[in-house]
Design a protein around this ligand. Structure first.
Ligand SMILES: [Ca+2]
Ligand SMILES: [Ca+2]
Length: 245
């Protein structure tokens, strides 16, 4: 009796997690949000653009412009973050992840041979004249590496779509069909696609099945004839769009 009860509870949970909203929703379903966080390495930092949640990829980095605010003629070459930010508002992200310094002639710090007082993402870059045994510092320029949203590249996920079942020739979740059946819901140029099984939310890449099509330009197709054994599982798909769609 207890066993039967627990089976019923599990089945109920699975059914609930598979429910899909019929239209583009203005808020994220808790289950969808969970799935997004679990199945994709994008932390949700800032929500909601055009009513859709926005995720900032952390694997993307970009460099700022080069900055050269000081000359080494005084006490040294002071390219501190504080001063650079004051003089270049909005040009440097709040939390840089890396710094690079080069002389104006293009030499790396190591090649230039100066003793560097600071070179980090908190203080910035400082070469002090007093640290050099025989000469003044070279004149350096610096730049910083940042993550989105400074780099652009926020991603908004559509809702999940499941238009087909694999009972015919396979599971056909083509972007062209999804667009026709859900007009105005999917951006013109999706950047990403994600596919997972409808019953266990297993990522398509982990099912061991072979797919004819699996890209953000065309969508997703699993043909039964391409599988080693059995047929395709039933998949649902969603698309990652630029946040400024
Ligand atoms: Ca300088
Ligand atoms: Ca399907």
């Amino acid at each position: 009796m207890i066993k039967l009860l627990s089976v019923t509870i599990v089945a109920g949970l699975v059914f609930e997690s598979n429910q899909q909203t019929p239209t583009v929703s203005n808020s994220v379903e808790p289950a969808d949000k969970q799935r997004a966080l679990l199945s994709f390495p994008f932390p949700a930092v800032k929500p909601v653009f055009s009513g859709w949640p926005c995720y900032w990829p952390t694997h993307i980095q970009c460099w700022t412009d080069w900055f050269d605010r000081d000359d080494p003629s005084g006490t040294g070459d002071w390219e501190t973050l504080y001063s650079l930010r004051m003089e270049n508002p909005g040009k440097i992200c709040p939390n840089p992840v890396d710094i690079e310094a080069k002389t104006l002639s293009g030499l790396s710090v190591a090649a230039a041979g100066d003793v560097i007082y600071k070179s980090d993402t908190t203080v910035g870059f400082v070469c002090r004249k007093s640290d050099q045994p025989t000469k003044t510092c070279n004149d350096y320029r610096v730049r910083f590496s940042c993550h989105p949203p400074f780099c652009g590249g926020g991603v908004c996920w559509t809702k999940w779509y499941d238009r087909d079942n694999p009972s015919g020739t396979g599971d056909w979740e083509l972007l062209s069909d999804l667009r026709k059946e859900n007009p105005g819901q999917i951006c013109e140029h999706p950047l990403y696609i994600e596919a997972q099984t409808t019953d266990t939310s297993t990522p398509a890449s982990s099912t061991g099945q072979t797919f004819l099509t699996f890209n953000p330009t065309e969508g997703f197709v699993c043909r039964n004839a391409d599988q080693k054994w059995g047929g395709c599982r039933d998949y649902r798909v969603r698309f990652g769009c630029p946040c400024d769609h």
